[in-house]
Design a protein around this ligand. Structure first.
Ligand code: GLA
Length: 387
């Protein structure tokens, strides 16, 4: 892959002067702890071995030349005028990162950057955080800026906001700080984190892409976030909290009547209980009690469907087809922001072929869509590749 990407860089920009370097940023899958990061909750994602490659070469002027193997648009930007402009399409993500870096007082020069992802975009696997984490890391290395990883994570989160999604911290955190064979138990309020060994034995992480694009996802995402913030404001009349996930379920039950909107109660119920489920999942992994996972993952899925209402017909069809398959299955649920995208399942390695054939056929019969399947492993965060 690195050889191809280097060749594609040269096709895009020619083989001019100066050193080229190549980097890789993973995507991520969230195992559990969905839609709680912006409520200060616990999440348990891992970086995965599919993501975004980038080849970069510095320039002597202030121009930024971008090209992508996944998009024909080749934005040409000037470091001195980095405002968001719809005409620059996907280039607005790298642009936002460069702009935020400079806003913090770091000096950048011009560069040529070719990126190429081997992951599906818009599938809930964080293709945009993979791209922003790649750009933040790459610029940090190539211009010797010395920006620490957490600051880079925040830059990536702000870059998403500059592109219209008020997302949480989970995705760039996982893409930046992932660790091979481990999940990350991240407290999104304090940013304290712990690597949890994913000793899944003969089980594999199977992703099923519904290939239903996440239309409307951005506006619905911002709406959910606002509903959780509304819940906090109401609950603060009774309890002294900074964010929703500080509430243990039993304390929430005592006070939830203070929320005067039935929909908002359901949103808050999801956040509070999902936070507890993440704790329980981490404990189960820690104690090697894998038999507890199916119930935890399904409870997460049902709450995302019934309380949080981010599971569309396609995700539901995939989960139902997966549960009906059942052989060798250690749990399944939707993953990511929802409204389309992927499910994550833990599946015994001997059933992979059978699973893709049977679940694929059942899903297709129900929705008319052709799904894609990926078996992924927990991977390291963004880093430089050797040629
Ligand atoms: C998207 C956001 C994350 C997180 C998830 C839902 O991936 O970028 O911050 O909120 O949705 O868990």
């Amino acid at each position: 892959m690195t050889k191809n990407v280097q060749a594609n860089f040269e096709k895009a920009f020619g083989n001019g002067d100066g050193e080229t370097r190549i980097f890789f940023a993973p995507g991520r899958v969230n195992l559990i702890g969905e839609h709680v990061d912006y409520s200060g909750g616990l999440v348990l994602p891992c970086a995965i071995g599919i993501g975004t490659y980038g080849v970069i070469r510095r320039r002597k002027d202030d121009m930024i030349l971008l090209a992508s193997g996944n998009n024909p648009l080749k934005p040409v930007l000037d470091l001195n005028t980095l405002g968001n402009d719809p005409i620059h399409g996907w280039g607005n993500y790298p642009k936002a990162v460069a702009r935020l870096i400079m806003k913090k007082g770091y000096a950048l020069g011009g560069f040529e950057l070719y990126v190429e992802g081997n992951m599906p975009s818009g599938a809930g696997l964080s293709s945009s955080a993979s791209l922003t984490s790649l750009v933040a890391f790459t610029l940090n290395e190539v211009f010797g800026l010395g920006i620490d990883p957490i600051t880079r994570v925040r830059i990536c989160q702000d870059a998403e906001a500059m592109n219209g999604v008020n997302c949480g911290v989970m995705d760039p955190f996982a893409c930046t700080l992932g660790k091979k064979d481990h999940g990350i138990l991240l407290d999104c309020s304090s940013l304290k984190y712990e690597y949890i060994p994913l000793n899944l034995g003969d089980y594999r992480i199977m992703l099923a892409n519904t290939n239903k694009r996440r239309s409307l996802a951005d506006s619905k995402y911002n709406e959910r976030r606002a509903e959780c913030e509304a819940a906090v404001l109401m609950l603060r009349k009774a309890v002294d909290i900074g964010n929703l996930c500080e509430l243990a379920p039993h304390v929430f039950e005592q006070h939830k009547h203070i929320i005067k909107d039935e929909t908002v109660i359901r949103r808050a119920t999801h956040a509070v209980y999902e936070n507890q489920r993440t704790k329980d999942t981490a404990a189960a992994l820690h104690n090697n009690e894998l038999q507890k996972l199916p119930q935890l993952l399904m409870a997460s899925h049902e709450s995302l469907r019934d309380n949080y209402e981010v599971v569309g017909a396609e995700l539901e069809a995939m989960v139902q087809a997966t549960v009906a398959f059942s052989e060798g299955l250690l749990g399944t649920r939707m993953t990511g922001a929802g409204f389309g995208g992927c499910t994550v399942s833990l599946l015994h390695k001997d059933y992979i072929e059978d699973f893709t054939a049977k679940v694929g056929a059942a899903y297709n019969a129900k929705t008319g869509l052709q799904p894609d399947f990926y078996v992924v492993s927990p991977w390291d965060g963004v880093k430089e590749c050797q040629f």
